[in-house]
Design a protein. Structure first.
Length: 290
């Protein structure tokens, strides 16, 4: 699996360059006991405010950090071969022309590496931050012949309004995006995806998993918990931590998707400069449209 770093987001630029990953041994009983005792929630007023201001808070995030916070996701093709191009197999099914929908595209850290590595993809890319989409469209590699970036709230807006009626999405990328959305709205997103996909379409998912070090930090610090497995950062953005069971039930609830595979990715990250060890835990999965 890909190397992770010391920040909440596993592909942030803020990490020390001298970092390595090793297999992780987690004391689940101890962690579960800690989370079980963490019952203090923020007042409902603040929980509602953070949820209602999600788009605004991410817009402020990109105003502060511009395009400098996240690293380009060159690891995508390695983890999800549906997005890769094989130079040795020109007639391979992997090398057919495909339409991709990226959910929560941010400033393009997925878009441009993937388009550069695979000449046969067209990407629809959406984000609910207007500022993020502006950064994407102003990028020197942005080409309307290969990409269409647009502002969209996946929990409320209708995806077919943004995607050509002649196109059906082959691959959906959901990489560290559902975690930024309150769980009560997750099903809205899944149903929205179903409107623009076809039988056989693949959903590539990677996001934060329960027992991740960041969740434990939120829990021990207090004043961060909004709901079960849902927390708020200091900048007002939210983070939800998934279980395989929850994710599988979410996608399969309406009988429109089926899980192909799912696994927890567990790594210990070592920052030698700061002499810090951080246990990271992510959930990676694939689903197919029925």
């Amino acid at each position: 699996m890909n190397t992770v770093d010391m920040t909440d987001n596993n592909d942030s630029k803020q990490a020390c360059p001298e970092i390595k990953t090793i297999e992780l041994k987690i004391d689940y009983e101890k962690i579960e006991e800690l989370l079980k005792n963490d019952k203090k929630l923020l007042p409902q007023f603040w929980a509602n405010k953070y949820k209602n201001d999600a788009s605004k808070n991410w817009d402020l995030f990109y105003k502060r950090n511009t395009t400098k916070f996240f690293k380009n996701r060159h690891w995508i093709g390695r983890e999800f071969n549906e997005l890769s191009f094989n130079n040795n197999e020109q007639d391979s099914e992997l090398n057919n022309k495909k339409i991709v929908l990226e959910l929560g595209c941010g400033v393009g850290n997925f878009i441009f590496p993937v388009l550069e590595s695979n000449p046969l993809l067209f990407i629809y890319a959406c984000d609910f931050s207007k500022r993020a989409i502006e950064f994407v469209k102003n990028h020197f590699q942005y080409d309307e012949k290969r990409c269409n970036a647009f502002v969209c709230d996946l929990t409320e807006d209708n995806l077919p309004d943004f995607i050509s009626s002649n196109d059906k999405v082959n691959i959906v990328s959901s990489i560290f995006v559902l975690s930024a959305i309150p769980p009560e709205k997750h099903l809205n997103v899944i149903r929205n995806i179903s409107k623009v996909t076809k039988q056989g379409s693949i959903i590539c998912f990677r996001d934060y998993a329960i027992y991740d070090e960041t969740q434990l930090k939120f829990s021990s610090d207090g004043a961060h918990k909004l709901d079960e497995n849902l927390y708020v950062r200091q900048d007002g953005t939210m983070s939800y931590f998934f279980t395989i069971e929850y994710l599988k039930d979410l996608f399969e609830k309406d009988g429109l998707f089926q899980m192909i595979n799912g696994e927890y990715v567990e790594k210990e990250t070592i920052n030698r400069a700061k002499e810090l060890r951080v246990d990271r835990r992510f959930l990676q999965a694939k689903f197919i449209r029925l």
